[in-house]
Design a protein around this ligand. Structure first.
Ligand code: PEP
Length: 257
């Protein structure tokens, strides 16, 4: 089973819709300049909601080859939920992906695995690929419980899905202590947990789902460290925060091969 690597850039709460257009144009030019082959690595930008329409117009209008997605989705189907953005709205905007359960949402918005599971289900029902984030904090890592902790999040976040649904989604292993800190996990750290996640998917769902599901590593990924991480057999790409705000750097990550 060959899994196409995925490089997804999570802009978080950065860049307005005009700045978004500038970054996407620079990214597209830089990738073109580097002769990036999109068959060797899919490249996806994940801007704030307010930028999505501008990004859609640019990406689709100019056939840039990039994908785009959202950073979150409502657990509700739509209706009387002020401030919420439904999966159907994102699908209508052409979003191919949505991040669910990012550690910043788990921490600052108290998102439980159950909420993450509901959001991922909404995305799947709307035809959007969820990028389901899991990963341990520093205390858990120091206690040596990172694998058990992360697998429990995988269990809760994917509960009730079919093997076919799991085969098509993306799981991002992001140790919280490595996010935005400059402290990148070693390639061996990343492989240890990504391999365990794939094993759990095989046990819970099917060996076909395990062979197909893409598992990303996230946490201070840069152009300079991505190749070593991507050399690990169970790492299928990266979820990138800070470095995705710089076109040259993110293009360098995408062009890891
Ligand atoms: C993230 O926010 O998902 C992330 C991995 O951030 P950074 O790359 O900045 O560590």
């Amino acid at each position: 089973m060959t899994r196409t690597p995925l490089m997804a850039g999570n802009w978080k709460s950065n860049l307005n819709h005009q700045e978004a257009v500038v970054l996407v144009q620079k990214l597209a030019w830089t990738l073109q300049d580097k002769k990036h082959d999109f068959a060797r690595a899919e490249v996806v930008v994940i801007p704030p909601f307010t930028d999505l329409r501008s990004v859609q117009t640019l990406v689709d209008g100019d056939h840039l080859g990039l994908g785009y997605g959202a950073q979150d989705v409502s657990e509700h189907d739509g209706g009387a939920y002020t401030g919420e953005i439904s999966a159907a709205m994102l699908a209508k905007l052409g979003c191919g992906y949505v991040v669910v359960g990012h550690s910043e949402r788990r921490e600052h918005h108290d998102e439980s695995d159950q909420v993450v599971n509901t959001k991922a289900g909404r995305a799947l029902a709307a035809g959007i690929t969820p990028i389901v984030c899991v990963g341990e904090g520093l205390e858990v890592r120091r206690a040596g419980e990172h694998v058990a902790h992360t697998l429990a999040q995988v269990d809760g976040s994917l509960a009730g899905f079919t093997p076919e649904q799991v085969a098509g989604l993306v799981i991002a292993y992001e140790p919280v202590w490595a996010i935005g800190t400059g402290e990148v996990a070693t390639p061996e750290d990343a492989q240890e947990v990504c391999e365990a996640i794939r094993g759990r998917v095989a046990e819970t769902f099917s060996s076909e789902a395990a062979a197909a599901v893409r598992i990303l590593y996230g946490g201070s990924v840069k152009a300079a460290n991505v190749a070593a991480i991507m050399a690990k057999s169970d790492v299928d790409g990266a979820l990138v925060g800070g470095a995705s705000l710089q076109a040259e750097e993110f293009a360098g990550i995408a062009r890891f091969y």
